[in-house]
Design a protein around this ligand. Structure first.
Ligand SMILES: [Fe+2]
Ligand SMILES: [Fe+2]
Length: 509
């Protein structure tokens, strides 16, 4: 009897006896951070009975939910990624939870998270950077990698944020010969923080792995479980969530950027059928206006919501830059900036340029500017009133080793703007046509510190009836794990000042 039961065990329980434990564990918020969370992970092969146990710390795991399996096959290598996603809803706000991530017969992996506060009940902190990469090379080492890509995870975690925003260019898998291993390295690296707090991404140009799905985002879409946007086709490419009095919107600027930023010569030369199958990494306009329509509806809803005091946009490419790495992109000014103006977005965090800089509040454009150069609406770099305009931050020193040179060296800072692209095509990258412009919007920049991230402390109410977000930038030298505060400023306005039922008339002079 016992022997008969033992014999089929390996088939019934393929994960037992040395099965790989759940890896790459990371947490995400749902649309309502106070009540909705998703826990995701990966396995090197299909995992049996993937599930999540959840409970209060010290109180056992009273709830078990099954996880959904989502897989994709990488067009470059033919390898398959197996990912698992367990969604939780109806959670208590502002509460710490403990989880066990389980599949097959493998030992469980512990995770924790805290739900967001409700409304103005309590302040909180979040952090942000872009352009991360991985801590050590994989494959032939074609993708970027630095020790700081590892150090920054610990630096973020040490500040114990409620969540972290990743401003695009996460793993740089699209320029690697080993994209699955690159993603595994990326998630394994962030896991020591991301399995304890949500790491909420925006898709950057290096998330576009040509051949993986219609626009190259299939890997990104498969690996994250993000709030819905009404589109299965573009799931995760843009989304929004609410934490306390902050509405956060993550958008994908590849949809509007002029730059040919997703081109990968390695994938061109090695993805089977690149030319014959018509693969094309230049995806500008891919949503056919759906993202812009969604963004406008979301911004209008946020501005009409009396519980929302702050609108924060997380995106990758930038609307203004004074450095010469890529440059800012005119497409963002044409498509998204008018919406930021009309609905009073308070703060934009971005990357793509691999340094740190920030603007005064901007609204409208400089008089007569054919380049749509944003107009500054303030001059105090330490305290900003975002009723006057939107503060933009470039926080692109997450880990990529390349930095940018200053624009306007020897004179006043200049902006660099991609105003067009030369002819090209799927096999040949379109070169950016870069023009320069005055940069009166520039409030502060740091081109000398190669790596860094920002933290944001949200005070929903203050004596005197105001609310504020205090931003601190932490920077580190190359190969140094020490992140020191280098810049700080405050955004402040009256509680409830953000509420509007109609969009603002655009100011252009
Ligand atoms: Fe980047
Ligand atoms: Fe980028």
């Amino acid at each position: 009897m016992a022997g008969a039961r033992r014999a089929p065990a390996p088939l019934l329980r393929p994960g037992r006896a040395g099965a790989p434990r759940p890896g790459q564990v990371h947490v995400q918020f749902g649309a309502d951070a106070a009540t909705e969370v998703a826990v995701s992970w990966a396995a090197p092969a299909p995992a049996a009975r993937p599930r999540l146990r959840v409970g209060l710390p010290g109180d056992g795991y009273g709830r078990e939910v099954p996880a959904e399996e989502r897989v994709y096959t990488d067009a470059l290598t033919g390898g398959t990624a197996y990912t698992y996603h367990a969604r939780l809803a109806g959670l208590a706000p502002d509460t710490a939870f403990a989880c066990q991530v389980i599949h097959g017969g493998a030992d469980p992996v512990a995770a924790t998270f805290r739900t967001g506060p409700r409304g103005r009940a309590r302040g909180f902190r979040f952090t942000s950077f872009g352009d991360h990469s991985i801590p050590s090379p994989v494959g032939r080492g074609l993708g970027p990698h630095t020790p700081n890509a590892g150090y920054v995870v610990d630096a973020v975690n040490a500040l114990d944020p409620l969540f972290h925003l990743m401003n695009g260019d996460l793993s740089y898998a699209n320029i690697s010969d080993a994209p699955l291993a690159t993603w595994a390295s990326y998630f394994t690296n962030i896991m020591r923080s991301a399995r304890h707090r949500p790491w909420m991404p925006a898709a950057g140009n290096h998330e576009n792995e040509v051949g993986n799905g219609p626009q190259g985002y299939l890997s990104y879409q498969t690996r994250f479980e993000l709030p819905g946007n009404g589109s299965a086709e573009f799931a995760g490419n843009w989304y929004a969530f609410t934490a306390g009095t902050v509405r956060l919107l993550s958008i994908n600027n590849d949809d509007v950027c002029l730059q040919d930023g997703a081109f990968s010569s390695y994938r061109r030369d090695h993805v089977p059928g690149y030319v014959e199958r018509g693969y094309d990494p230049y995806v500008r306009g891919y949503s056919r206006g759906r993202q812009r329509a969604w963004l406008e509806a979301e911004l209008a809803a946020a501005r009409a919501d009396g519980e929302i005091d702050w609108i924060v946009v997380c995106m990758h490419q930038v609307a203004m830059s004074s450095a010469r790495l890529n440059g800012a992109d005119l497409g963002i000014r044409q498509e998204f900036m008018p919406l930021f103006d009309a609905y009073g977005v308070d703060l934009v965090v971005a990357g793509h340029e691999h340094h740190y800089e920030r603007t005064f509040p901007v609204r409208g454009v400089l008089p007569g500017s054919g380049l749509l150069t944003p107009a500054p609406r303030g001059s105090d770099p330490a305290e900003m009133d975002t009723r006057d305009g939107t503060v933009h931050m470039i926080i692109g020193g997450g880990g990529h080793p390349a930095s940018g040179a200053a624009g306007g060296e020897g004179g006043p800072p200049e902006g660099a703007l991609i105003a067009g692209v030369a002819p090209g095509g799927p096999p040949q990258q379109r070169r950016s046509a870069i023009v320069t412009e005055p940069a009166p919007w520039l409030a502060h920049r740091d081109l000398a510190t190669p790596f860094g991230f920002a933290s944001f402390d949200v005070a929903p109410t203050e004596p005197g009836g105001t609310t504020s977000i205090t931003a601190t930038y932490y920077g580190a030298a190359a190969d140094s794990p020490v992140y020191a505060p280098l810049d700080r400023f405050v955004m402040r306005k009256p509680v409830g000042a953000g509420r509007r039922s109609t969009p603002r008339q655009l100011v252009t002079g």
